[in-house]
Design a binder for this molecule. Sequence first.
Ligand SMILES: C[S@@+](CC[C@H](N)C(=O)[O-])C[C@H]1O[C@@H](n2cnc3c(N)ncnc32)[C@H](O)[C@@H]1O
Length: 251
Amino acid sequence: MLKPPISRMGGKSKLRKVIIEMLPESTCYVELFFGAGWVYFGKEPSKIEVVNDVDKELINMFKMIKHHGPEMERLLKYEFSGRGIFEEYKNCTLEYLTDINRAIRFLYLINYSFASKGDHYGYGTTTLPNQKMFKETYLEPIRDRLQNTFVESLSFEEIIEKYDREHTVFFADPPYYETAGYNNEFGEKEQLILFKKLSNIKGKFLLTINDHERIRELYKDFNIKEVEVVYSVSRQTDARGKYKELIITNY
Ligand SMILES: C[S@@+](CC[C@H](N)C(=O)[O-])C[C@H]1O[C@@H](n2cnc3c(N)ncnc32)[C@H](O)[C@@H]1O
């Protein structure tokens, strides 16, 4: 199974096998909240695929991998882990960078920060700095996988409106209910919009979310499967140990 080029908070690395087994066949597969894309990169390609996220820097990185992979690989060869470089990238003015440089910056901040959060320089006494950025095979399989995919950067509700058909399957992995973490707001209001939209689609959906009373109540008319996930301490400092998640489907 292909691995994404980055880690991302809430990434479905531990749960992807279960999710992939539960996804129905689809002509059109849409990931509403792409993040690192663990499920997309792990599954067999559908005829038509769409990935979407509101994080402009994340989507720019995937677009650059798709269209300018060799140039990115060339530039990455000259990077190394350094606190000064990290701080420069973190504080630079994005408007002054080319799209390719923005993508390199994004990869750098994610790969060289604590818990892949992009905010604090990650160092260690027992582990090497992240090596995967320098491997020759780093971007090519990702680019090949992205070649037949529509890469969108809109809010989830617009994507549902645009792509909803009887032959569409939506995979929704939104920010957790009542858990802060991403730059944009995703509170009760957004969860309700998501619930209303998913409840009225022509196609199918599979939603993953943290196990919360309010979510169980909202989706009580759908199929709810409870799963337990064990997160490693280093990656998910705010969700140590075992954690219950829900997989909700309308099929
Ligand atoms: C839990 S993560 C997805 C993780 C992903 N499934 C993975 O395996 O890495 C949630 C993602 O939703 C994105 N997001 C937040 N609000 C959004 C919105 N309104 N529309 C689309 N994406 C949004 C965040 O930028 C974040 O990347």
